[in-house]
Write a protein that binds this ligand. Structure first.
Ligand SMILES: [Fe+2]
Length: 218
């Protein structure tokens, strides 16, 4: 566990900034995954109701991360890296718990709960493998990884579309091949342009902000 001392590394103002930053990133990421999951479901021939469910699941899949904000206190001091922390692995369960209370349907809930399962069984929370992973979770997994790769993160710049696809091909064992091939078609479709533009704008804003932060520190 994180000690009280570590949890007080940042003052209130800095903490508020981090929360704001996290929320903006979370909303932007949700919008991208939501749109991709909708388009991918359509490409896979799913009915409108399923596509809509996946759009909702895409928007809300990481909502449990908000519960982890209290573990982010040390981030700017480089003492903790959220991606390396085991608590992160709890977020899909937290997302499920939060949304179950709100009566979201089972398709949405199971897709969210399992959205970090890998096709080869190396994911979490249940190490499910292949077809035992709910179909919706396999769709989310593919969209989520791609959306993360093409977005700027506090610790790295965004990858371009081709590089993101190459990185995913290197790790293709994580994905359902039928879904992955359909996803490649989505990326080359006209409908994807809108998602791409949204992501580029979000990345540009993040870059502008980091330049402002850099000059503020001089
Ligand atoms: Fe996630």
């Amino acid at each position: 566990m994180i000690s009280q001392n570590e949890a007080q590394l940042l003052d209130v103002e800095e903490f508020e900034d981090i929360i704001k930053e996290d929320l903006t990133d979370a909303v932007d990421h949700g919008i991208v995954v939501s749109n991709l999951a909708y388009l991918l479901s359509q490409e896979l021939g799913m009915d409108e109701e399923f596509c809509y469910d996946m759009a909702i699941a895409g928007m809300l899949h990481d909502i449990g991360k908000l519960k982890l904000s209290k573990y982010l206190y040390g981030r700017r001091k480089d003492s903790l890296r959220i991606e390396e922390m085991k608590y992160v692995r709890m977020h899909s369960t937290y997302s499920y718990d939060i949304l179950k209370e709100k009566d979201f349907n089972e398709k949405i809930l199971e897709a969210i709960y399992h959205h970090h399962e890998n096709y080869d069984g190396s994911g979490y929370p249940d190490n499910l493998k292949g077809s035992s992973i709910p179909w919706g979770a396999r769709i989310l997994r593919t969209c989520d990884v791609f959306a993360a790769l093409i977005s700027s993160r506090p610790y790295r710049r965004a990858f371009d579309i081709n590089m993101a696809m190459e990185l995913m091909i290197d790790e293709v064992k994580n994905f359902d091949m039928e879904i992955f091939l359909a996803f490649q078609r989505v990326i080359h479709s006209e409908a994807f342009e809108k998602v791409k533009n949204f992501t580029m704008n979000a990345n540009k804003k993040a870059l502008d902000k980091s330049i402002v932060n850099y000059y503020n520190q001089l």
